[in-house]
Design a protein around this ligand. Structure first.
Ligand SMILES: [Zn+2]
Length: 206
């Protein structure tokens, strides 16, 4: 079975519980002395077996790393791990999941070798919002309901608001540029500072 490690919970000794996103499941598996196992790290894609032994939690066995060339690039790895942590919280308390999530990670990990990680992540997030039916294309402010101005504030969930409706806000993005981004699903027309802005919003939570 293959999956992406999205979370690690340390227990007593060096035992851990590992959260893994597979094609159809969000798994919680037990691993003895897991902290000593260098392959077990958030963001890694692994091949593994599950041992069901009638105990309280199935065990993670026969782990093999399915590596990516960019994993030695700290910049890429850092942002990739942040996204996996967010996805881990998002899928918490679920067990059966759509293969959308595994495929999103698989494709994302593939393009990450060639593209800017910040751009890859915000494009992945758009796909996720779209899949979950949460992509907001409303041209009205989500707080006051009035039509948006030419510059908008983007908040968690990529919702848009007036600057005056968000207290203490300092950053905005051009409305047309943002809506073009969400309609085409590509960040090519965004400047780097706009990408950084949207990534910062994404990192607040999926
Ligand atoms: Zn408003």
């Amino acid at each position: 079975m293959q999956g992406f490690i999205s979370g690690i919970t340390k227990l007593k000794n060096e035992d851990i519980i590992v959260q893994i996103i597979t094609q159809s499941k969000f798994l919680n598996l037990y691993r003895f002395y897991g902290l000593r196992h260098s392959i077990i790290s958030i963001g890694r894609k692994i091949d593994f077996d599950i041992e069901y032994n009638g105990q309280f939690m199935p065990r993670l066995r026969n782990i093999m790393q399915l590596g990516f060339v960019w994993e030695s690039d700290y910049f890429r790895l850092y942002y990739w791990q942040q996204f996996l942590k967010l996805l881990n919280s998002h899928l918490q308390d679920t067990e059966d999941i759509s293969n959308f999530y595994f495929n999103l990670l698989n494709n994302g990990a593939f393009v990450l070798s060639k593209q800017n990680p910040c751009r890859v992540l915000i494009e992945m997030y758009l796909k996720l919002l779209n899949f979950e039916g949460r992509l907001n294309v409303d041209s009205n402010c989500f707080i006051c309901g009035e039509e948006l101005s030419s510059k908008v504030v983007v908040v968690r969930g990529f919702l848009c608001a007036h600057n005056s409706c968000i207290p203490n806000n300092t950053q905005m993005i051009d409305k047309d540029i943002f809506f073009n981004f969400i309609s085409i699903g590509k960040s090519i027309f965004l400047r780097d500072d706009e990408v950084e802005y949207l990534l910062k919003v994404l990192l607040l939570g999926i």
